[in-house]
Design a protein around this ligand. Structure first.
Ligand code: PEP
Length: 252
């Protein structure tokens, strides 16, 4: 049996704390009977405290700081996140890398910090359109993986999200072939470096919605999705979850 797919919703800077409970309730009611998909909600930090979910539903933070505490105005530490009952943390999202200038070194600090607290990093990697056009996609993925996982022996508790920068929030989805090639490259690298290529979830992210989810989830090497825009609407998000559930059930 294949490992349980994951559908994660990254709300980015959307939804008020007072909207969290009703939204999560709405989604969970729509997919109450699922048994073959894990669902992760990633609200802004202000919503994390409101989250109260049980498996197969989980909470994620969208970012963290690696230091335990101290003079880091505006930052949120890993123990603070853990205290909210969170299991997963998105790290190295393209908006963090490209809008806020996060470096691979910071991202690696975050991954190491999270693992030391028993939390699961969702490490986002992906090429820009210029890097793709100049044939550097595989090199970029290798570089981001190796730097993100630097000094980590065991990445079993990590999730990787392949998110081509040009497909995030643009309505442009990578083709099935592009996704399959990228996921194969990633799996080969982690197989070679850590010997556990098949055990690690590799999610696809980039304009996933209820129309393209079925084709994408059936793509070889895709173990689920990281979704931005379509995760903000309960019906759209539930529809993607249900699609993944049906495909997974048919595989059994
Ligand atoms: C994301 O924010 O990680 C993402 C993939 O966004 P969208 O689904 O809107 O492209």
């Amino acid at each position: 049996m294949k490992k349980m797919p994951i559908v994660a919703g990254n709300w980015k800077m959307n939804k008020l704390p007072s909207e969290v409970i009703s939204f999560v309730d709405e989604v969970t009611k729509l997919v109450l009977d699922i048994r073959s998909v894990s669902v992760i909600f990633a609200p802004p930090f202000t919503g994390l405290f409101e989250m109260n979910v049980k498996p197969p539903f989980y909470a994620a933070a969208q970012n963290c700081h690696w230091e335990e505490s101290g003079a880091f105005t505006g930052e949120i530490s890993i123990p603070m996140i853990k205290d909210c009952g969170v299991d997963y943390v998105i790290v190295g999202h393209s908006e963090r890398r490209h809008v806020f200038g996060e470096t691979d070194e910071w991202i690696n600090n975050k991954v190491r910090g999270l693992l030391s607290y028993g939390l699961n990093p969702i490490l986002c990697i992906g090429e820009t359109i210029d890097e793709r056009k100049s044939g550097e996609t595989a090199l970029v993925l290798k570089d981001q993986l190796e730097k993100g996982f630097d000094s980590i022996d065991n990445i079993r508790d990590c999730i990787i999200a392949y998110e081509p920068v040009w497909a995030i929030g643009t309505g442009v989805t990578a083709t099935i072939e592009q996704v399959q090639i990228a996921h194969t490259v990633i799996r080969e690298i982690i197989g070679k470096n850590y010997g556990i290529g098949n055990d690690v979830h590799i999610l696809y992210g980039g304009s996933v919605n209820s129309d393209n989810a079925k084709d994408l989830i059936q793509t070889k090497g895709v173990d689920g999705f990281l979704i931005g825009g379509a995760s903000l609407d309960a019906n759209s998000f539930a529809s993607v979850i249900r699609t993944v559930e049906e495909v997974q059930e048919n595989r059994k």
